[in-house]
Write a protein that binds this ligand. Sequence first.
Ligand code: ADP
Length: 175
Amino acid sequence: LVNDLLDVSKLEAGAMPVNYSRINLKTVVQDGLSMLEQWAESRGIKLESKLTETFEFDADEKLLQIVFTNLVGNAIKFSTSGGLIVISAEQSETEIKICVSDTGCVIPEISKKKIFEKFEQVKTISQDGVPKGTGLGLSIVKEIVELHKGKIWVQSKVGKGSKFIFTLPINADSN
Ligand code: ADP
């Protein structure tokens, strides 16, 4: 929580420097997934990367890793045993699109914007008890994505779980 708060105050003050470097998404995804694998496994949830290539673009690797692990971490938290989390990406000439989809709880239509706000937690539809968090993760994720001049949104349907999608420009200097 302390780390979360520090990140948010820095991000909001515009005091978070973005240290751009050329990212290899496959490596970032592999590193992130290997950090979370044991936790997912202990909860009976499978993690699967569907990245077909390395996908290279400009971003702050540390901040990108925060975005990625928060999204996958949430997907694990809000899924039940037998769940599957899939990471996929596609690239156009100007932007990369990264998707984290899960088979967990549904996010009601009216909450899809709210969950990206600070301290916002939503009563998600699930069979068993949903673990409590701080309601900060997604606001940090959104700040970081927007710091990179990207966008983030969520799709969620009953029976299909949730899919978080974010886009980032390929080249930092084209902004
Ligand atoms: P926290 O996870 O600490 O509650 P977040 O800001 O990360 O805070 O998320 C806000 C809310 O969005 C969560 O409390 C939950 O209701 C919802 N949410 C986030 N990720 C998912 C997901 N993958 N599936 C279902 N609900 C989610």
